[in-house]
Design a protein around this ligand. Structure first.
Ligand SMILES: [Zn+2]
Length: 378
């Protein structure tokens, strides 16, 4: 078996030009290392997308199953000539490793793969199950990756905890750990009036005027109070139009598109109910069309949080902040199965940018953090 350290393995992965949804052999390489260490391997291809699941150990009473999740695909390079070093050269310059995927998130993939292998070598008869799931379409449409892998994996495996290696750190490795994300819910509200000639308003009902007090209340309505980890749910209107584009017509309908970014204190049902109450309060005639684009997730496990805090402070001598900022994430597809999910990875300052890079020292420390977490959890 080849002897990779976390830096050389990160470099090997960066050199493979795995622009989404391509994997370019990253998963083959990792699967080989994991299989040499005694892991069971499953390659699973959905559509154009390569996915990998590997695991070691088995379920037992009173022990924990831990899953690491991530992706081997990267976003395109942008103008290659603008890079200080070619984006797939994986050049080390001073304290930094440069390359597409250096921060998002090939170094984390290398770090957790080697941390898992080191753990299994030191404790071949460990309790519980330790596993890894990788996809190659996180940066793209993301339909044939984790979304399909999780239901497949859940048929035979249960996990207590999952660690997603997305770049969560802000200024210093380990300073920020994500423990949840808000949900995203779209709604199209159609307010019905009565069409007519603008010169004869007595014969028509303008839906825009009818809706005005309702919209005013929407602008400051409190959907919930949030909680200690999440800000209150927010609602924003993204577009407003009417069913008419003629100057002398009072339109029949007004169409409002809006989006909720909601915390786990609310649900699609509770928001739907509150919105209907509000529409009824102003005696509006309406129809609603909903689209739930992302469920929220929220890790409430005190045990996992304290293991992470200890592992980071032992490695980096800082205490992490747990937060729920940012957009939606793949974590939600794992959390649906009752798994406590957190995201912990490299500093995210240069992700998706020209000259994406990571501190060499951070990659080494990230592997150490992951290894400490595994040892404490299992
Ligand atoms: Zn990523």
């Amino acid at each position: 078996m080849s002897n990779y350290d976390v830096i050389t393995l990160s470099q090997e992965l960066i050199k493979r030009q795995s622009i989404t949804p391509n994997d370019e052999g990253c998963q083959q390489l990792l699967a080989q290392l994991l299989s040499d260490a005694g892991f069971q391997i499953e390659h699973k291809r959905f559509g154009e997308v390569d996915n990998l699941f590997a695991w070691h150990g088995q379920d037992c009473e009173n022990c924990k199953n831990l899953l690491f999740a991530g992706h081997t695909d990267v976003v395109p390079t942008g103008d290659e000539s603008a890079w200080k070093h070619p984006p797939f050269s994986a050049t080390i310059d001073g304290d930094y490793l440069y390359g597409r995927g250096a921060a998002d998130m090939k170094s984390a993939v290398a770090a957790f793969t080697l941390a898992m292998i080191a753990f299994v070598k030191s404790k071949p008869n460990h309790k519980g199950k330790i596993a890894l799931m990788l996809t190659s379409d996180e940066e793209g449409v993301a339909t044939d990756g984790i979304k399909k892998m999780m239901p497949y994996i859940a048929e035979n495996h249960n996990f207590d905890y999952a660690l997603v290696g997305e770049p969560s750190s802000s200024k210093q490795l380990g300073d920020v750990v994500r423990i949840g994300r808000r949900g995203s819910l779209h709604v199209e509200i159609t307010i019905h009036g009565k069409q007519g000639h603008v010169a004869y308003p007595q014969n028509a009902q303008n839906p825009v005027f009818l809706a005005a007090p309702f919209i005013e209340e929407l602008s400051h309505f409190k959907w919930d109070n949030g909680n200690q980890d999440f800000p209150p749910t927010s609602f924003q209107i993204s577009s407003v139009k009417t069913s008419s584009n003629t100057a002398n017509i009072i339109p029949a309908d007004m169409i409002i598109n809006g989006n909720f970014r909601y915390c786990p204190e609310s649900t699609k049902q509770s928001l739907e109910q509150q919105l209907k109450q509000l529409l009824n309060k102003y005696s509006l005639e309406y129809s609603l069309s909903w689209n739930l684009s992302g469920l929220p997730f929220y890790c409430q496990s005190e045990h996992l949080r304290s293991v992470i805090t200890q592992s980071i402070s032992e490695t980096c001598h800082i205490k992490p902040e747990f937060n729920t900022a940012g957009g939606t994430s793949d974590g939600r597809f794992i959390a649906q199965y009752g798994v406590s999910v957190v995201e912990l990875g490299i500093i995210n300052k240069t992700i998706h940018q020209i000259n994406e890079c990571a501190l060499v020292k951070d990659i080494i420390n990230l592997k150490e953090i992951y290894q400490r977490i595994i040892t404490k959890v299992m």
